[in-house]
Design a protein around this ligand. Structure first.
Ligand code: FE2
Length: 334
């Protein structure tokens, strides 16, 4: 191993975003470049998204390298997001990572996307042992580290919170997030929504169905947006509160694209205060899917000896965060 700082290049390609980031072992983000696939209609087409990533890769990689290093030889480790995500998208990112690792003769780190959201959040906040709400278009879960793994304390039983709000926005003709939150700010009337919380699990499909029915019945889009966003954020805050109360931990962070929501942040902050805990925000560019989070987690894994050979570098579309052995954190603090 060379003296001084290590440098890791990380590739994110689980869904809409192709992100390539470069991070050093002091935690400095040297580059965090991305290109985002925007579907022509409402849904994401996995093969189209993968083609987008393959097409965008040379340029995004070039930008990331130009910003971060004087020569690609300075890269010590190559990391890629191996899951969870869409198969064709994951394979595109993994192929690129393997090619770079082979060309440079460097080790590969296979990174769980959800774990990467948590690790970059910890780097940005300085938190050591937080309770984490991970909310995005495709994921909704509450987790914390315990006995060698990030344990899933609660999760959505049906659709992800971001997916619920995106689907509503598209149906209402205003577009996906952040549009529903922007329209919600103009809402005047809260219409009761079904709130489904079971233990630390949540379910959003009932609220989405109710919102669709209200739209069809001619309710004002602003009022439905207000009611739905308030219901979704309240459910999320409630399960997070249960996790904070149960674990007694004092650090709370929200990661994933939906963590950009001002209203959700406000609710979480109010709740956290009641428990004598602390919430810290994370810069927007590190909240959504990005390459820097993969690079940073790859670096942590590499330092703990957690690397894979090219032959072992499979993708895992259904890779859950609690399947990852978190060897880089040492023994449990819980
Ligand atoms: Fe994500």
């Amino acid at each position: 191993m060379k003296e001084g700082k290590l440098v890791c290049l990380g590739i994110e390609s689980t869904a809409h975003t192709l992100g390539i980031g470069v991070v050093d072992s002091s935690g400095r983000v040297l580059a965090n470049e991305l290109a985002t696939y925007r579907p022509t209609d409402s849904g994401i087409h996995p093969r189209e998204a993968a083609q987008h990533h393959a097409h965008a890769a040379p340029e995004v990689l070039r930008r990331a390298l130009v910003k971060s290093v004087s020569s690609a030889d300075e890269i010590d480790v190559v990391a890629f997001a191996s899951g969870p995500g869409l198969g064709p998208c994951l394979r595109t990112g993994a192929t690129l990572a393997r090619a770079i690792a082979l060309k440079l003769g460097r080790p590969l780190a296979s990174v769980n996307h959800g774990v990467a959201h948590i690790e970059i959040g910890k780097l940005a906040t300085g938190f050591r042992d937080p309770v984490v709400l991970y909310v995005a278009g495709g994921n909704t879960l509450v987790t914390t580290f315990s006995e060698g793994r990030y344990r899933i304390l609660g999760e959505t039983l049906d659709i992800a919170a971001g997916n619920c709000l995106d689907a509503f926005g598209i149906e209402a003709g205003i577009g996906p997030m952040p549009a529903p939150e922007i329209w919600a700010a103009k809402g005047q009337k809260y219409i009761p929504m079904p709130m489904r919380v079971k233990g630390m699990d949540v379910s959003f499909s009932g609220a989405l169905t109710r919102a669709s029915t209200l739209l069809r019945e001619g309710a004002r889009v602003e009022d439905v947006a207000l009611s739905l966003t308030e219901a979704v954020y309240s459910m999320l805050t409630e399960v997070l509160e249960r996790a904070v109360a149960m674990t007694g931990k004092k650090e709370v962070m929200v990661v994933g694209g939906l963590a950009r929501s001002r209203r959700l942040t406000e609710m979480v902050r109010d709740m956290v205060k009641l428990h004598g805990a602390e919430h810290r925000g994370i810069p927007d560019e590190l909240l959504g899917d990005n390459g820097a989070m993969i690079a940073w987690t790859g670096l942590l894994m590499f330092r703990a000896g957690q690397v894979v050979s090219v032959e072992e570098s499979h993708v895992r579309p259904r890779y859950r965060i609690d399947e990852v052995e978190v060897t880089w954190l040492g023994p449990s603090r819980s």
